[in-house]
Design a protein around this ligand. Sequence first.
Ligand code: 6PG
Length: 232
Amino acid sequence: MSRRAASIFMDEAAIAAASKGTFTVAVSGGTTPLRFFELLASKFRGDVPWDRVHIFWVDERCVSSGHEDSNYKGAHEAFLSEVDIPPENIHRIKGELSPDEGAREYEEELRRYFGRGGLPVFDLVVLGVGEDGHTASLFPDGPSLSETGRLAIPVYVNKMRSWRITLTLPVLNNASHILFLVTGRKKALVLKEILENDVNNPKYPASLIRPFNGKVTWLLDSEASSQLTAIS
Ligand code: 6PG
């Protein structure tokens, strides 16, 4: 699955860099993408035009960039520190600021980069799914799911008793290509809900990912897909 994900990243980067000179990607945190990240810094390293890549995050925990929970730290250690991406191409969410300041600063960074008219269009967004069906830091039944005016917002996650900053659904759904990476038996039942039962269900925020114009690719391992009836 991780190799397939790295291959998609490589292909999308080549296409975007050739057509418009840049490739914009927003990545998730968590554990699922780590092997994918490592492959980008090893097997696929020489196949990506890193000087054209602009990396963003779909979310961040409100901690310093050196904190073990930081999504930036995870990506930096797994691949960003190993590839020749210019520092100015790394658009970190400043989790060390207050949640509201961090969200507003990230929103300003997005507008600085993508322009102020309309929604950012990411070439690729890499998402995971939590066992509760969350994606990015959009958690079940939360007010964040109905946010349409902001590009990024602070979210207090009750069960984790912690703040996060997340891209909002309109930004995610405006991407050209959304790539879900999901592994493990613990995700099998929530995946069945998302992929085979009730779509657009706020109990499963990942089911609200319906790109306006883009496409969605689901990469699952055999355990995560074990409860699905039809696999294409
Ligand atoms: C985060 C991620 C989050 C993640 C899911 C799945 O900040 O944690 O953005 O949305 O993708 O929680 O996490 P795992 O890959 O660790 O299962």
